[in-house]
Design a protein around this ligand. Structure first.
Ligand code: GTP
Ligand code: MG
Length: 388
């Protein structure tokens, strides 16, 4: 799809029709932002479903607005949780099939199984008949599901209690083998099982779950979900950077038809609104707003102060206003000049064409790139500190 839009924009630029090019770029961006993802979280009562819902939303169980959890908080109604970073992502906390007096058929109907893009089947033990039944129904519908074995931290802790020399890998292997064998008995030949702790997504195999998922999802859904995901690894931060970087080209094209303004101390007129929008988008996606840092502090147990100490960019951890962007531009003029990006830009598709046509477009491109690069560095440092 991107190719088709790129061709259109190139043609418009060749005709020097900046307005048309900007309109097409905006259309592409709208399409890629407005993508819905519905995730169904299912499994037996008490298996850790609601905890996983909260973890995916980057919050701790007892945070306000979190899905209710605990030994007595059985979820009997299906509940929808919008992702705090992106309202288009809906995580559905489904009751366990064992907790409601439904036949599998009725359950699937009541839960509107066709609605979800994929399912996570959670168990804190081996997977049982009911899990298998659901998985088979999902398979029949040609949809994807992933087995998540939750609370793996508990297994490790208790094994270590018995023998302090127990290696973590050994426990992981044993649990994985056991779950695999049990699922084989239920007719799943080589099931994919991910060992996860809902309390600490960066540990254990949540990363592997993401790697599998991203291969299965269509591109736009993958991108949208990736950017909403908590920072579970340096790898994921790098992927976020690439995804955000791929938006810069389109944003730049939308900027060339807009109103560029001169910023005192900055060499060139730029579109402040676009820069502000992108900065906010990056800060949210990379988990660097004050609120998201606070949540990370709650989840990781590292103090907010310590996390904030890792941050260098003036755009992170604070409210991004127009004034802040103007100040930021004025103070970054030298760095941006030194980057001498304009030379290299001649070789970037589409942007290369703009180099001769729109100075402000080129400046916007450089600014957006600079913002993304510095925020990514901050996110990496914060992440290292949070798991450190
Ligand atoms: N140690 C540890 N405890 C967990 C984990 N996930 C959930 N728990 C605990 O297990 C209990 C049940 O978790 P919930 O998330 O409420 O489970 P649920 O599947 O939503 O339960 P129902 O809604 O009753 O079906 C809670 O006390 C959680 O704190 C985990 O990964 N590690
Ligand atoms: Mg629950």
């Amino acid at each position: 799809m991107a190719d088709q839009y790129e061709e259109g924009i190139k043609a418009a630029l060749q005709n020097r029709d900046l307005a048309k090019a900007a309109e097409m770029a905006q259309k592409y961006l709208d399409k890629s932002y407005n993508v819905r993802v519905n995730i169904g979280i299912t499994g037996e009562s008490g298996s850790g479903k609601s905890t996983l819902v909260n973890a995916l939303r980057g919050i701790k169980n007892k945070t306000e607005g979190a899905a209710k959890t605990g030994v007595k908080e059985t979820t009997t109604e299906r509940t929808e949780y919008p992702h705090p970073k992106n309202n288009n992502i809906r995580i559905w906390d489904l009751p366990g099939i064992g907790t409601v007096k439904f036949t599998a058929d009725k359950y699937i109907k009541e839960m509107e199984f066709e609605k979800y893009d994929f399912f996570i089947i959670v168990s804190n033990d081996r997977f049982r008949e009911n899990d298998a039944k659901l998985a088979k129904e999902i398979q029949k519908m040609n949809k994807k599901f992933y087995f998540v074995r939750s609370k793996i931290d508990q297994n490790i802790t208790s094994e270590k209690e018995e023998d302090p020399n127990t290696k973590e890998e050994k426990v992981l292997k044993e649990v994985k083998n056991y779950c695999t064998e049990e699922l084989k008995k239920l007719d799943f030949e080589s099931p994919k099982i991910f060992l996860v702790s809902g309390f600490r997504l960066p540990l254990y195999e949540f990363n592997d779950l993401w790697k599998t998922l991203e291969e299965d999802l269509p591109k736009h859904q993958r991108d949208v979900l990736l950017l909403a995901l908590p920072n579970i690894s340096l790898d994921v931060i790098e992927q976020k950077k690439e995804t955000l970087a791929s938006r810069i080209k389109w944003l730049t094209v939308t900027s060339v038809a807009g109103a560029a303004v001169l910023v005192p101390g900055f060499s060139c007129a730029v579109d402040i609104q676009i820069i502000l929008g992108f900065a906010v988008y990056c800060v949210v996606s990379l988990g660097l707003t004050h609120n998201l840092l606070q949540k990370l502090s709650d989840v990781s147990g590292v103090s907010l102060e310590d996390l904030k100490a890792e941050i260098k960019s003036p755009l992170a951890g604070t409210e991004i206003t127009k004034d802040l962007i103007i100040k930021f531009l004025a103070s970054s003029a030298t760095v941006l000049g030194e980057m001498a990006i304009e030379e290299g830009l001649r070789f970037v598709p589409i942007i290369g064409t703009l180099v001769a046509m729109s100075l402000s477009g080129v400046a916007t491109y450089s600014v957006l790139t600079y913002i993304l690069n510095s925020l990514t560095e901050d996110a990496q440092q914060v992440f290292k500190r949070s798991v450190g």
